[in-house]
Design a protein around this ligand. Structure first.
Ligand SMILES: [Fe+2]
Ligand SMILES: [Fe+2]
Length: 256
């Protein structure tokens, strides 16, 4: 991600910069806005746990994770600033997620916060695997966005076991804790996307309902979507399996 340090967003992001598809572009923009908010939550959870441990190797692993997520957040911040030029505001739901993560930080134990962070990291790794599975086919018109999403996806898969190992070492998490953690992350995530993606699409299509609906119709290809969504759900919920570990996460079904 450090390779993006010298890069700036020069291109116009008002149109369908992701695969010429307005719906996919709106999804990527909505994801980019929420990224720094959830990364901040995870950085604090890992930092709080790191302070309670004095194993040098573990502390180094935590520090590397924190630095990597901090760079992700800064880079998405730069990208989001460019998106704001045409969107005019952050998508709805960002303020609620910001408040929820701040509340969780104040009121939940480190163990609960690490459980949520492990579930977020799992979802990020699944989405990264899905993105990289189609990396060569997806045409990204913005060089900055292409570098950002590619590098971020690779680094998410690379470090996704850090939080899970931290959580599992001190609090062996059973099936019930994992179900609670994944649902506590998945439900707000789905609600956020359900509000944010149509809002972004509406703003990108001249803020009129007929053009938004027209763009939606031409953006959705039904084809293999149903089967693919089923495979995606299977990989998502592998988090609750007794033998789950992020290093063994199988991304192959996402290519089907
Ligand atoms: Fe990240
Ligand atoms: Fe991450």
């Amino acid at each position: 991600m450090h390779t993006l340090k010298g890069m700036n967003v020069k291109e116009d992001l008002a149109g369908a910069w992701c695969n010429g598809n307005l719906l996919l572009t709106s999804l990527m923009e909505a994801v980019s806005f929420v990224t720094p908010v959830v990364e901040k939550f995870m950085i604090h959870a890992v930092a709080d746990e790191m302070r309670a441990r004095d194993e040098p190797a573990l502390r180094q692993r935590c520090l590397d994770f924190i630095r990597e997520e901090a760079v992700h957040s800064r880079t998405h911040g730069k990208f989001n600033a460019a998106l704001l030029k045409h969107l005019g505001a952050e998508p709805p739901g960002i303020a609620a997620i910001r408040a929820a993560t701040a509340g969780a930080r104040r009121h939940l134990s480190v163990s609960s916060r690490l459980g949520l962070a492990a579930a977020i990291e799992h979802l990020a790794a699944v989405m990264s695997g899905a993105y990289l599975s189609y990396d060569e086919e997806i045409g990204v018109a913005s060089p900055f966005a292409k570098a950002l999403f590619e590098l971020h996806a690779r680094e998410e898969i690379g470090h996704c076991s850090v939080v899970f190992d931290l959580w599992r070492e001190r609090w062996p998490a059973g099936r019930r804790q994992r179900i609670v953690a994944i649902m506590a992350v998945l439900l707000p995530g789905v609600l956020y996307l359900a509000a944010a993606v149509p809002w972004v699409l509406y703003r990108k299509t001249g803020r009129t309902l007929p053009t938004t609906l027209g763009a939606l119709r031409t953006s959705v290809g039904v084809g293999r979507l149903g089967k693919w969504a089923g495979n995606l759900a299977t990989v998502f919920f592998s988090f609750v399996r007794a033998d789950y570990h992020p290093d063994r996460l199988d991304h192959a079904p996402l290519r089907a």
